[in-house]
Write a protein that binds this ligand. Structure first.
Ligand SMILES: [Zn+2]
Length: 179
């Protein structure tokens, strides 16, 4: 559980005492009319997160394009070995321009892809945290909020739930047929 400071809206592990950031005394319980402005301020933060998610996705897509171009050039850097006449032999030409482009594309593209993915996932989670917290603050009328499950936990939960339900349905079908 973490508690938002009502002044600076930073989250802390403590739920009472002074806020470590601004010193305001933490007081989680909210009056009805206090909820709206706090929720609005928190919601505004998601705009920044949305931009960062877009940046991450752009890096991801551009990076992936570079990786694909790199792979194509990797294929192109195999040159026909002219010296062997009996059979066709292709050798990787390490000193060719194609090989240089391939290396650049795969390394720079790979890094951009990984960075973009991590960046997008990280800020998507931050956005989810705000949405989750706002929902809890509204419901509980308190600035103390629980931990937001990651999207992977949500997926895992959803998948295992679906499997359980399918198993249960199959069992029921079997029981009905046996009757
Ligand atoms: Zn504070």
């Amino acid at each position: 559980m973490k508690t938002y400071c009502r002044e600076c809206l930073r989250k802390t592990n403590a739920s009472s005492g002074p806020c470590p950031s601004c010193g305001t005394t933490l007081q989680p319980t909210l009056e009805e009319d206090e909820i709206r402005p706090i929720v609005q301020t928190l919601h505004k933060r998601t705009n920044v997160f949305r931009e960062r998610i877009s940046t991450g996705l752009s890096f991801f897509i551009v990076g992936l394009t570079f990786v694909i171009i790199g792979l194509i050039f990797w294929r192109l850097s195999y040159k026909l070995d002219q010296d062997t006449s009996s059979q066709i032999v292709y050798n990787l030409a390490y000193n060719s321009a194609e090989f240089f482009v391939a290396m650049f594309g795969m390394i720079a593209g790979g890094l951009a892809t990984v960075f973009g993915a991590v960046w997008a996932i990280l800020w998507a989670y931050q956005k989810r945290v705000i949405i989750h917290d706002v929902d809890e603050i509204r419901k509980s009328k308190s600035l103390t909020v629980s931990r937001t499950p990651t999207i992977f936990e949500v997926w895992f939960h959803g998948i295992s739930h679906a499997i359980h339900q399918a198993q249960w349905k199959a069992k029921r079908k079997k029981a009905n047929r046996a009757k």
